[in-house]
Design a protein around this ligand. Structure first.
Ligand SMILES: [Cu+2]
Length: 99
């Protein structure tokens, strides 16, 4: 009985580092595309993006939320951008954007 408890404790301890890794925030996905429309007031941008291999996404046009509205200031439709984003619930949030 005692050895079983020791074994169980060792098992829990050996799994602890693994669960710590799992708890880290998701790695941002990288994409490039062309800006279709911008709504600075709402902090959203519609982008026709290319394929996103890490998510198995085909090219498509979709709306993203900017983490900071200032990312969208003076951003014009037709501008080519490269960006990173993470999923937050049902939304996709841009964490960095290069134009
Ligand atoms: Cu998409």
């Amino acid at each position: 009985m005692r050895s079983f408890a020791a074994f169980f404790a060792a098992l829990v301890l050996s799994l602890a580092p693994y669960s710590a890794v799992q708890a880290q925030p998701p790695k941002p996905a990288h994409a490039s595309g062309v800006v279709k429309s911008v709504n600075v007031a709402q902090g959203t941008v519609s982008i026709a993006h290319g394929p996103v291999a890490s998510l198995n996404w085909p090219p498509m046009t979709m709306t993203f939320v900017a983490r900071e509205k200032k990312m969208l200031e003076n951003l014009q439709p037709g501008t080519k951008v490269e960006f990173e984003f993470v999923q937050e619930g049902s939304r996709y949030t841009i964490t960095s954007l290069k134009r």
